[in-house]
Design a protein around this ligand. Structure first.
Ligand SMILES: Cc1cc2nc3c(=O)[nH]c(=O)nc-3n(C[C@H](O)[C@H](O)[C@H](O)COP(=O)(O)OP(=O)(O)OC[C@H]3O[C@@H](n4cnc5c(N)ncnc54)[C@H](O)[C@@H]3O)c2cc1C
Length: 481
C-alpha cells in the first residue's frame, strides 16, 4: 500500500459525535481516520464496573454508528496496546486523538503504557481536556473563570460527510468485531446521544419546573431532576452543550432560579473531577491525611444487610433496592445511604465504594470518591452530616410512596409506623400483614446510640493536629479562588 498512513480516534468516556473537539480535530487531517472503542479485560474484571455500564456503552456506540451511516466504530475486546499494534501492522498510525481520562488508578496506569508505546512507535497522542478538567494544575486560582469561559465558547459541529473513515470490516482478520446488541431493560436509562437529547429536551421544556422543590425527595426527584448524569459521565453530551441549552431556556420562559441552581451543579461535576485529577490517591485513602488513622472494624453481616437492603430502616432499604433495580438515586438518598453505612454502621467508606460504583449507572470516579469521603465526614473541610433515615423518610417521602414501591412487604403498614416498623406491636404486625423478622427485618442498630458514637468520634477528629494541618493544605489546593 502506497499511502497507508492513518489517524485513530480513541473513544473513551466521550461517546458522542456532537461537540467532540478531538474528533473534530482528527477529522480535519488529511489522512483517513479509524474510530475505535476497546473493551478491556482489566476493566471488565474491575469491581467498579458492571453490565449496566457495558450495556450503556454499547448503546452509545450503536447510536454513534447509526449517525455514521455505512461506516462505523471498530468495536473490539482487547487490551489497547495489542489493538494498536495490530492496527499499526496493517496501516501506519500517525496520530491518536482522544479525550484526557480522569479515571481510576488502573486506567491511568494503562494510559501511561499507551503513552510509552506511542513514543516508542513515533505516534503522536493528542489528549484533549473533557469539560474543562485540566491536567497538571497546582491550585484552583481562576479555575471558575476558566470554566465559565469554556461553557460559553462555541459548540463544535462535525460535518459527517467530511469524515474519511476506515471501514472496521478491514480488520476482520485481526479482530473479532463485537456486536452492540443489548437486552432491553426498561428500568435503566438507555445510552446514546439521541436518548440524552430527549432527556435534555423534556427537562428544559417541562421537568425543570419543580427542580429545587423536589430535589431531595426520593420519588419526585426522579422526574424533576435532569437525569443527565449518565449521559455526562459517559460523554454522550458535553457540559458546554447542556449549559448553553439551559441558559437559552431562560429566554423561553424558564425560571432563572431553577436554571441557575441546575447550572451550578453542572459546574460541581467538573469541580469534583478536577479535584480527583489533582489528587487521585483519594481512590484509596481519605483526602485529609489526618483521617487515615481511623480504623473501622469490618462487620460482614452489616455489609450484607446494607447491600441487600435488609437493615430494617425503610428508607435505607428502599433506596438500596431502587438503586439496584434502576441504577439511579437522587443526591440526598445517595448521601443518606453512605452516611448510614459509614456513621450508623461505622464501616469504612472504602468498603462501600465498589458496590455503589457498580450500581450507579453514572459512575464517575472523581465525583464518586470525593462524595464518599464528604458524606463519611473525612475531609475536615465540610460540615459533618449524620443523616437520620427515619426523619428523612418522614420529611422527604411523606406518604411513604417510595418506601412502599420498593418494599411491598410494608404496603399495608400505615403512617407513621411504616417509617419505624420495629415499633409495631405483635397485634399490629398481624393486622398489617408484616411480621418483623419474617416479612421485614428488625432494625440492625439503634440510631440514637450509633449517631452519638459517630458524632463524638468525628468531632474528636476535628481537633486532631494532623487533620487541622491537612485542612489548610486542602483549602489551598482544592478550593476555587
Ligand atoms: C455518594 C455519592 C456518589 C455520587 N456519585 C456520582 C457519580 O458517580 N456520578 C455522578 O454524576 N454523580 C454522582 N453523585 C452526585 C449526584 O448525586 C448526581 O450527580 C445526581 O444525583 C445525578 O442526578 P441528575 O443528573 O438528575 O442531577 P441534577 O440535579 O439534574 O444535576 C445535573 C448534573 O450536575 C451534576 N451534579 C449534580 N449534583 C452533583 C454533585 N453533588 N456533585 C457533582 N456533580 C453533581 C451531575 O453531572 C448531574 O447530572 C454522587 C453523590 C453522592 C452523594
Amino acid at each position: 500500500m502506497l499511502n497507508n498512513k492513518i489517524n485513530v480516534f480513541w473513544f473513551k468516556r466521550d461517546l458522542r459525535i456532537l461537540d467532540n473537539l478531538p474528533l473534530f480535530e482528527a477529522s480535519k487531517r488529511d489522512a483517513k481516520l479509524l474510530l475505535i472503542y476497546v473493551i478491556e479485560d482489566f476493566l471488565l474484571n474491575d469491581k467498579h464496573y458492571s453490565d449496566i455500564h457495558w450495556n450503556f456503552i454499547k448503546q452509545s456506540i450503536d447510536d454513534i454508528n447509526k449517525s455514521l451511516g455505512e461506516k462505523s466504530i471498530l468495536f473490539v475486546r482487547s487490551d489497547v496496546i495489542s489493538a494498536l499494534k495490530k492496527i499499526n501492522k496493517k496501516f501506519k498510525i500517525q496520530s491518536i486523538y482522544s479525550h484526557l481520562e480522569t479515571g481510576i488508578d488502573i486506567t491511568y496506569q494503562r494510559d501511561k503504557k499507551v503513552s510509552k508505546y506511542c513514543k516508542a512507535n513515533a505516534i503522536n497522542w493528542f489528549e484533549y481536556e473533557k469539560n474543562y478538567v485540566k491536567r497538571g494544575l497546582k491550585n484552583r486560582k481562576k479555575w471558575i473563570e476558566g470554566w465559565n469561559e469554556y461553557v460559553r465558547s462555541p459548540i463544535v459541529n462535525i460535518d459527517l460527510d467530511r469524515l474519511d473513515l476506515i471501514d472496521p470490516n478491514e480488520f476482520k482478520d485481526e479482530f473479532i468485531l463485537l456486536s452492540t446488541n443489548t437486552k432491553n431493560n426498561k428500568n435503566i436509562q438507555p445510552g446514546g446521544t439521541s436518548n440524552a437529547l430527549k432527556y435534555l429536551e423534556t427537562f428544559s421544556d417541562n421537568r425543570i419546573k419543580n427542580y429545587n422543590k423536589n430535589i431531595s425527595k426520593p420519588q419526585e426527584s426522579r422526574f424533576s431532576c435532569s437525569r443527565l448524569s449518565p449521559y455526562i459521565s459517559w460523554g454522550n453530551l458535553s457540559s458546554r452543550y447542556i449549559w448553553q441549552k439551559l441558559k437559552k431556556s431562560i429566554d423561553h420562559g424558564n425560571s432563572k432560579f431553577q436554571v441557575n441552581s441546575f447550572l451550578s451543579r453542572l459546574r460541581w461535576n467538573s469541580h469534583f473531577i478536577q479535584r480527583f485529577e489533582m489528587e487521585s490517591s483519594i481512590e484509596f485513602s481519605s483526602v485529609n491525611r489526618g483521617y487515615q488513622i481511623i480504623k473501622k472494624k469490618i462487620n460482614d453481616s452489616y455489609y450484607t444487610a446494607w447491600t441487600d437492603g435488609e437493615t430494617g430502616f425503610p428508607l435505607v432499604d428502599a433506596s438500596i433496592k431502587c438503586l439496584k433495580a434502576t441504577g439511579y438515586l437522587n443526591f440526598r438518598m445517595r448521601s443518606m445511604i453512605v452516611s448510614f453505612f459509614t456513621h450508623h454502621l461505622w464501616q469504612p467508606w472504602q468498603l462501600s465504594s465498589h458496590f455503589l460504583a457498580r450500581n450507579f449507572l453514572d459512575f464517575e470516579p472523581g465525583i464518586h470518591y470525593s462524595q464518599l469521603q464528604m458524606q463519611a465526614g473525612e475531609t475536615g473541610v465540610n460540615t459533618i452530616r449524620i443523616y437520620n433515615p427515619t426523619k428523612n423518610a418522614i420529611e422527604k417521602d411523606k406518604e411513604a410512596i417510595f418506601i412502599k414501591k420498593w418494599i411491598p412487604e410494608l404496603k399495608n403498614v400505615p403512617k407513621p409506623l411504616v417509617f419505624e416498623p420495629w415499633k409495631m406491636s405483635e397485634v399490629e404486625q398481624k393486622l398489617f400483614n408484616c411480621e418483623i423478622g419474617k416479612n421485614y427485618p428488625g432494625r440492625i442498630v439503634d440510631i440514637a446510640v450509633t449517631r452519638k458514637y459517630a458524632l463524638d468520634k468525628l468531632w474528636g477528629m476535628r481537633r486532631n493536629v494532623e487533620v487541622k494541618v491537612d485542612k489548610k493544605r486542602i483549602l489551598s489546593r482544592h478550593i476555587n479562588s
